[in-house]
Design a protein around this ligand. Sequence first.
Ligand SMILES: NC(=O)c1ccc[n+]([C@@H]2O[C@H](COP(=O)([O-])OP(=O)(O)OC[C@H]3O[C@@H](n4cnc5c(N)ncnc54)[C@H](OP(=O)(O)O)[C@@H]3O)[C@@H](O)[C@H]2O)c1
Length: 274
Amino acid sequence: MKRILILGASGFIGNTLYRELNSYYDTFGTYFNKKGYRSNSHFFHFDLEEDGLDVLLKEIKPKLVISALRGSFESQIEAHRFLINHVKHSDCRLLFLSSANVFDTFEHFPSYEYDKTLSESIYGRFKIKIENDLLRLSPSKYVLARLPMIFGNQSPRIQELDNAIVNDEPIEVFPNTIINVNNNIKLSQQIHYIINQKLTGIFHLGSTDLIHHFDFIKLLITKRYHKKAIFKQVYTTNEMRYLAVLAKENKLPQNLLFSYTEILDDLTPTKKDF
Ligand SMILES: NC(=O)c1ccc[n+]([C@@H]2O[C@H](COP(=O)([O-])OP(=O)(O)OC[C@H]3O[C@@H](n4cnc5c(N)ncnc54)[C@H](OP(=O)(O)O)[C@@H]3O)[C@@H](O)[C@H]2O)c1
């Protein structure tokens, strides 16, 4: 059975991926601060700042490493350089989770797989650095998955909204930012398909349609809560701005494509009491 190592398997996306893949592949994962993994023989403690990856790679011998890490940008860049070199010289591939922010300088249109990346944000520039190292590999060696905002019933974004509603705190919205979205469950199914079909290259994994950030949050709140929200509208530019990754070249099959309304439905199975 194919061996997979998920770096950051205790995190929001990494853990959903672990649950999705675990029954089909020999799946291992790392955790850092989260409790409850110490006695699980498929989980290893890993601290980006202190530990090298060589020991883990030697012990697990994965055919695929999925990187779903956070941590200091400098240490992540160094760890990915090591991983990319490992992948280059072994029978192993790397799947890296990048972000729509690699395009955040281009405000006037959504972005496709082979568009040039350019970012004004520290986060976007950090992701571009790792992407550029990855793109020097043969495309058969990597999956570069660019993600829009990822929601999920237990996600930090939704927990923040729940807290804001309960405590009558203002919710920040971006009225002139146009986004696409995904959730952790649909994203994991898409990544499972990519692995299962041995697809490689660049993938944009988000809803096929677009919506203003403010409208999406308004719809979510109306469907999820009885209470009304207080909004704080944040304008980052005077013009409309896209933060959206759409697929043109590497499209997944129809059953794995969805609209933002399906993401909303998944987030609002029943209305909360508050
Ligand atoms: N969530 C989104 O909307 C979104 C959108 C675009 C791209 N992404 C990318 O997707 C990836 C996963 O994001 P996420 O939202 O799932 O993040 P997350 O929930 O914060 O999970 C991060 C993972 O990294 C581990 N980690 C943090 N600091 C570490 C360190 N110093 N050393 C070793 N491990 C460390 C965490 O371990 P512990 O939890 O055990 O401490 C956890 O397993 C990230 O690369 C992110 O940039 C996310």
